[in-house]
Design a protein around this ligand. Structure first.
Ligand code: NOJ
Length: 768
């Protein structure tokens, strides 16, 4: 298994989209494109204004579509659908329900324009893969594309044809609960992983019955919410916007993502949903992207609460003029666009353009040929939660684990170890590993850590288990939707701690499964504390008193404050929420059947006060140094991360030697090749993610101290060496300059290569 992610191939893909390298395919696509454009125009020509506005409306269906609509609200919605005044529905899943909903429009409306069915398929439909931040730790684009393609296959077999994923918001604040849904703190990694997910969801052909439309969200800035407060205001300057927040979106647009979603936040006083420059000028004009933009849930109407619109009518006017094409559940378009048109506050041209964008995606999906094409009971029966999908979920789980600490080689553990104590609220937890945004996962269906461990060891190994504490006090019944209810932590019942101590005393090694519950991260789950909630720290200290041989098996959606555990425990594994096969994936790593290869996609802080924390900061005029510890730092904490971006250990070691460049100067149109020898100096084969960073030393707009610009994940046998090279060219060196253009500026650059963002192995080059 040898994987090479050539930055060039990827860069080309990012720039020209994925049809660029295949001329025949390109010709086929261009004739298909023409054909679709003609069909879109001819359908548009048949539509009345109400029908046009209807295409721009998306409803959520929360009622049973196979029976008579129960509430007044459902009855109203059904009546609108029957008239052909609704373009899309979200939250209807299953062949039966989607068919019933589609029938409403196909059997009753004048033009019979099929609806498009959306759902948040974020990290799987029923087979759950690791949560997106966790999976990003694999740095394995092939794997990520594969898991997205399975998620799409299961969704498409359930009647769906559109997912609201991937989230490609660069996110740097661990307090923000939604950090779990993206690829972390780096724009380059978010771009590549976002494109991999889009390719996975959409495949090469949107009309294929096992692919679905993807949605690049949230456009833009949502990950920069002030102080990590959910939905909060975003204050970024123009250069930060272009250099950090927008690149993943540009990559998504170029990769042909079918849709975009705008975001709840404002940017410097302008709500993203009403942001004309972002949506019209940048996305639709500069980037020449031809999909459609859906609002986030209610975000058009919410511009009134922001204080940007007087009411929903005014909000509809602002949103359409700014380029939002479809209104998710705020009813602002449905109720006001026609009047606004009559009052000349919006134009027919803008309505037509929005409708064309929506129809185009419907044609691309093949819905006009067969509105029920995603409604096949056989596929629904055979394509979901299959053995094959679960095997890939296990592979994804183990590849996403990050080994942070392994003192005295406490890991891997021998399968013939005499006794193991598996302790903690996540030790036998079959639900939390499914993560937040778990779509149609069955409650309690994940393989727990305890199950994974038991399946691994022989019968001579004694496996003890104690939960020790309940993490939460139940607020809803088991299996009920926890989404709307903040968790309540147990801070009183310590009755199980002594039992945990008793088994820790008699075990050779302890696997301590603590961290955070799946519902502590995700939408609306921002926190001011990111340590061990409830009584977990007490449990840790009590167990530590009687047994020092502890591996922390951390459950987490976000980076957590694990400083105390890091001070005292010899082993730490970051296991995120790993999905359906969680426990098996973790056991593969604990017992050495898989040598961990994950690298952090986000920095782990020493304490919450360091947030937002990210490696690619700018230098200040008083950069941090060891003499002046107060410079750009804190008086009560080190400035650096506890574990930085890109960090992750293996059961072997890698050395980096002979970093070379083929020449030291280049013009901006030229190329330099940088190479390095990476040697596996240990006794077992292992994978290393070789990372390339650059620093532009002097620039018209200050550049970060390091920026990731390439990586390759390679398997190297024990004692063997591989030479890894990267090409440095315009794509790598350019940025959004003072001239408001993407340019390479002349001057000196540093190139860094290594196994994490903390690498200091460097070479100088200059651009003349
Ligand atoms: C709100 C979230 O912000 C968005 O990401 C999601 O897709 C929609 N709700 C629909 O569920």
């Amino acid at each position: 298994m040898y994987k090479l992610y050539k930055i060039h191939l990827i860069t080309l893909t990012i720039i020209f989209g994925f049809f660029s390298c295949k001329p025949n395919k390109e010709m086929k696509n261009s004739s298909l494109h023409k054909e679709i454009e003609q069909k879109v125009d001819s359908v548009l020509g048949l539509m009345h204004i109400d029908e046009k506005i209807g295409q721009m409306v998306q409803y959520s269906a929360g009622w049973d579509l196979t029976g008579p609509p129960s509430s007044k609200n459902a009855q109203d919605k059904v009546a609108q659908i029957k008239k052909g005044l609704v373009g899309s529905i979200l939250n209807v899943v299953s062949v039966k329900e989607v068919r019933e909903a589609q029938k409403l429009v196909m059997e009753n409306s004048r033009l019979k324009i099929p609806m498009i069915f959306a759902y948040d398929v974020i990290h799987g439909l029923k087979t759950m893969f690791p949560t997106p931040l966790g999976e990003s730790a694999s740095w394995d684009l092939e794997l990520i594309e594969k898991t997205a393609s399975i998620a799409a296959k299961e969704a498409a077999a359930s009647g769906l044809n559109w997912t609201f994923a991937p989230m490609i918001d660069v996110s740097r604040d661990a307090r923000w609960g939604r950090i779990m849904e993206g690829a972390g703190e780096d724009p380059y990694l978010n771009a590549l992983i976002g494109v991999a997910r889009i390719q996975g969801f959409q495949g090469d052909d949107l009309s294929d019955e096992s692919t679905i439309a993807a949605c690049a969200k949230h456009f833009a800035g949502y990950g920069f919410a002030e102080a990590g407060r959910e939905y909060s205001t975003v204050n970024v300057g123009e250069f930060e916007l272009h250099n950090t927040i927008l690149p993943p979106f540009k990559a998504a647009a170029n990769a042909g993502v079918a849709t975009f979603m705008n975001s709840f936040n404002d940017i410097d006083g302008i709500p993203a949903t009403g942001h004309k420059e972002l949506q019209r000028a940048i996305l639709k004009e500069d980037w020449n992207w031809n999909g459609f933009i859906v609002s986030d849930w209610g975000s058009i109407g919410e511009m009134a609460a922001h204080g940007f619109a007087k009411d929903k009518k005014h909000a509809a006017e602002i949103a359409l003029n700014a380029g939002s094409d479809m209104d998710m559940e705020s009813f602002s378009y449905e109720r006001n666009l026609k009047t606004l048109l009559e009052e000349n506050k919006v134009s027919l041209a803008h309505i037509d353009a929005a409708v064309k964008r929506i129809l185009r995606v419907k044609f691309q999906l093949g819905l006009f040929d067969n509105p029920y094409k995603y409604c096949d009971e056989e596929r629904e029966k055979n394509n979901i939660y299959t053995k094959e999908h679960l095997a890939i979920a296990r592979d994804a789980a183990r590849k996403s684990i990050v080994l942070l600490k392994n003192e005295n080689a406490i890991l891997p553990v021998s399968k013939s170890v005499k006794s193991i104590a598996v302790i903690g609220p996540f030790a036998d937890n079959k639900d939390s590993p499914l993560g937040n945004w778990r779509a149609k996962a069955t409650y309690n269906s994940a393989v727990s850590l305890l199950e994974g461990v038991k399946a691994k060891v022989g019968k001579n190994t004694k496996v003890y288990y104690e939960k020790g504490i309940e993490l939460t006090v139940p607020t809803v019944k088991a299996g009920e939707n926890q989404f709307m209810f903040p968790l309540q932590m147990n801070t009183e019942d310590r009755s199980g701690i002594s039992k945990a101590v008793a088994i820790a005393k008699k075990a050779e090694i302890v696997f301590l499964a603590i961290g955070e519950d799946a519902y502590q991260s995700g939408e609306g789950r921002s926190q001011t504390k990111i340590g061990f909630a409830g009584l977990q720290s007490e449990l840790l200290e009590a167990v530590y008193k009687v047994n020092k041989n502890i591996v922390l098996v951390l459950s987490n959606g976000r980076p957590m404050d694990i400083s105390r555990a890091n001070d005292i425990l010899p082993g730490i594994l970051v296991t995120w929420q790993l999905g359906s096969a969680s426990g098996n994936g973790i056991a593969d790593v604990l017992f050495g059947d898989y040598n961990p290869s994950g690298k952090l996609p986000v920095s782990f802080p020493r304490n919450v006060g360091q947030e937002p924390l990210y490696y690619n900061q700018k230098n200040t005029g008083r950069p941090f140094n060891n003499k002046h510890v107060t410079y750009a730092g804190y008086t009560d904490s080190k400035k650096s991360a506890l574990y930085p971006f890109g960090f992750g250990l293996s059961y072997t070691h890698f050395s980096y030697d002979h970093l070379k460049v083929d020449k030291e100067t280049m013009s901006s149109e030229d190329k330099i090749t940088v190479s390095v020898d990476v040697k596996n100096t240990g006794n077992v084969a292992g994978e290393e993610v070789v990372q390339l960073y650059i620093r532009d030393l002097v620039a018209s707009v200050i550049r970060p101290v390091k920026e990731l610009k390439g990586f390759q994940k390679l398997l190297i046998k024990a004692g063997h060496k591989k030479t890894v090279s990267f090409v440095i060219d315009k794509e790598v060196l350019q940025f959004y300059t003072i001239n408001k253009k993407w340019e390479v500026e002349t001057g000196e650059f540093h190139l860094f290569v290594g196994g994490s963002s903390a690498t200091e192995i460097k070479q100088k080059i200059s651009v003349e």
